[in-house]
Design a protein around this ligand. Structure first.
Ligand SMILES: Cc1ncc(COP(=O)(O)O)c(C=O)c1O
Length: 411
């Protein structure tokens, strides 16, 4: 059987693979601390779940680009957050942003510019479509921000590289971009199409919402959805918001969607209206508090054994550099992750999945192995402190200690 050659060298998506591997080890009776897959630990807000139950009899195919009422609330939401007037007729609702990102890459006849590090799937999606990828390497010293000079150089040298995907707060680094103005200037100069992946933007620990749309809305497509801030990854719903200037791309998208996924599940779309139109301030405030608390605990513990990481500013990830620890003798990050998983049960992903070289001893952790509902309930009448750590986040606490003990006692 002949399989498209673009599949050569592309395996199962790294995050899903580590999750399946961790589950297998758990089913064999091993204790595994799941710092691999980045899934929200929090429950979907009650009011949204109730609406899903109420609408469970909705069974019809819906409009290809999404329910009108849903597109209206999404347009209102992004118009407020992104400081630009989005029209309901320029919003598309799809079965998760991963699918929408793939379709967008299919539609756009451009090569891709990607920062290193980047989320695991942008690159493989481009490779499946036989696109060229131009990488712009960022550094820990720059808090993993894109360097605008390198972006400018890349655009000047590669006239077909016109699609740039950025993501902040960032998966894998947990840091935020602080130079949108400069990136926006370069993007404008080269008329780039920017996809701003804002799926974690509601999880900035200080509650702010930032976007490149403040500087370059006319060339930016905002990608977002309910998977992260609303805990609804398995519901499979995401959105893309287009400026009117990119209407032609939107029109192609409508055709593409009509020939592929038809429309997103009807009950989910009805429930999503509630997600976008109700007030979730307390839920979000407490989710952020919990994530910040855990990230600070890990940062301290890891720093104490020489793991270099940058403080997370949003979302639920961190990059960890083991090159100055006692286990720096490992040759590559994949072997390091494999050995640590076998010896300690701590599952994480090698930096190679995010664009780093094999010999850079960098890994990514997702700190979500806890019961989010229990943590939110606890916060109703308690404060988070070191005493509550093991009670509310046992796998985070035990996993981190296992790993740091392993490093300290390594010889
Ligand atoms: C940066 C980033 N973008 C997009 C996605 C995909 O989200 P979904 O397809 O659930 O909307 C993820 C999920 O892990 C992500 O981390």
């Amino acid at each position: 059987m002949k399989v498209n050659k673009n599949f050569e060298n592309i395996g199962l998506s790294a995050t899903l693979e580590i999750n399946e591997k961790s589950n297998k080890l758990i089913s064999e009776g091993k204790t595994i601390y799941k710092f691999g897959l980045g899934q929200s630990p929090f429950p979907v807000p009650e009011i949204v779940v109730k609406e899903l139950i109420n609408k469970s009899k909705e069974k019809d195919y819906l409009e290809v680009i999404g329910l009108k009422k849903l597109r209206e609330v999404v347009a209102k939401y992004h118009s407020e957050k992104n400081n630009y007037k989005y029209l309901p007729e320029n919003i598309i609702v799809g079965p998760g942003t991963k699918e929408l990102l793939f379709q967008l890459q299919f539609i756009l006849n451009y090569d891709l510019i990607l920062p290193i590090p980047s989320w695991v799937s942008y690159g493989p999606q481009a490779k499946l479509l036989n696109k060229k990828i131009y990488y712009i390497k960022s550094s820990a010293e720059e808090n993993w921000n894109i360097n605008p000079l390198l972006l400018d150089e890349c655009c000047a040298n590669n006239p077909l590289a016109k699609l740039l995907i950025i993501n902040s707060p960032n998966n894998p680094s947990g840091t935020r971009f602080n130079n949108y103005k400069k990136i926006g200037e370069v993007a404008k100069k080269y008329k780039l199409i920017v996809v701003s992946d804002e799926i974690y933007n509601e999880l900035n620990y200080d509650g702010s919402y930032e976007s490149i749309t403040n500087y370059y809305p006319e060339g930016t497509i905002v990608s977002s959805g309910l998977s992260k801030w609303c805990g609804a990854g398995g519901w499979r719903i995401g959105t893309m918001s287009f400026p009117n200037e990119l209407k032609n791309i939107f029109d192609a998208f409508r055709v593409m969607a009509s020939e592929t996924f038809t429309s997103v599940s009807a009950p989910i779309q009805y429930a999503a209206i509630k997600a976008y139109s109700e007030n979730h301030d307390k839920y979000l405030l407490n989710s952020r508090k919990i994530l910040k608390f855990i990230s600070e605990f890990i940062y301290e513990e890891f720093s104490n054994v020489g793991i270099k990481c940058q403080k997370a500013q949003g979302g639920f990830y961190m990059l960890c550099d083991f090159s100055e620890t006692k286990i720096s003798k490992f040759n590559d990050s994949r072997t390091l992750c494999k050995t640590i998983l076998e010896k300690t049960g701590f599952a994480m992903l090698p930096g190679t999945d995010f664009g780093f070289n094999e010999n850079e001893l960098i890994t990514r952790i997702a700190f979500v192995d806890f019961d989010g509902e229990k943590a939110l309930n606890f916060l109703e009448s308690n404060v988070l402190d070191s005493k509550s750590l093991n009670k509310i986040f046992p796998n985070i606490d035990n996993g981190v200690r296992k790993l740091t003990n392993f490093i300290e006692n390594f010889s």
